[in-house]
Design a protein around this ligand. Sequence first.
Ligand SMILES: Cc1ncc(C[n+]2csc(CCOP(=O)(O)OP(=O)(O)O)c2C)c(N)n1
Ligand SMILES: [Mg+2]
Length: 295
Amino acid sequence: MKQEFSENSFAPDGRWRITAAEFVESGHMGCPGCGASLSLRHALKVLGKDTVVVMPACCWAIIAGGQPTTALDVPLLHTPFAVAAAAAGGVRQAFLAQGREEVTVLAWAGDGGTFDIGLQSISGAAERGEEIIYVCYDNEAYMNTGIQQSSATPPGAWTTTTPSGKEFKYAKKDILGIVRAHNPGYLASATIAYPEDFYTKFEKAKKARGFRFLHVLAACPSGWKIDSQDSLKVTRMAVDSGVFPLVEMDAGGNLTPTVRPKKRIPVADYLKAQGRFRKLSDDEIALWQESVGKE
Ligand SMILES: Cc1ncc(C[n+]2csc(CCOP(=O)(O)OP(=O)(O)O)c2C)c(N)n1
Ligand SMILES: [Mg+2]
């Protein structure tokens, strides 16, 4: 029997019962299996209706639909690519000036808009302690414009601008380390492939003060060259192999794991599940396994 919950709550077993309320309507423009679509849908279930979304250029700017239509049931402000964090800080300041402390301002940006072009505005907003939640949904390339490499693209991954795979000398940028250096109010990594951890972290981000940052891994079936039905399975493998650890910043400023996979799988299993890593050599896979082990 389908159970419906109008509010988020905890069952006696302590597990999440997520609301049946929807703030992302059906009929949006997301591809089948789009991890980013699912992630915002569930993030808004936790954050609730008093949320304003601020979004730079990215797939999600299209997924929401072109004016005058929108798939979101909460207000949405589109911004230029580089300024989501700055604009979100401004929106929050405007609500504070009106005495409307209760409104959550959510900046929702891709990896290109975060790791690359929006990095300066994130640094500024974090330094000023802007009262916003900034989420980077990371599909590991500029997907909306046709799968170009970003500084979040992992080594070895095929993109249209790195057709033989991103070289191993270019590592994925340590975005959590960069934001941590700004002493944020809350900092974590998450993925909807581990929903309870995801919900808990968005709830904590909502309650925390200051600049809050979540790094969310979100599969892109077209860019990762996987079947859309395997989107969550492959994302879960990123966690289970140690490639994308689920962590949270503790009171001492250290990143500590929140989910310890029951069974650690080889990095090779995660990589071989995706067409974008097809050209990786065994030596390169071994290098990757070694670096995951060190971390
Ligand atoms: C200043 C500027 N440069 C380039 C673009 C074109 N553009 C729009 S979306 C996009 C890709 C965004 O990539 P990412 O932030 O990773 O989000 P994704 O599309 O992967 O969801 C690009 C290059 C733009 N809109 N503005
Ligand atoms: Mg992207």
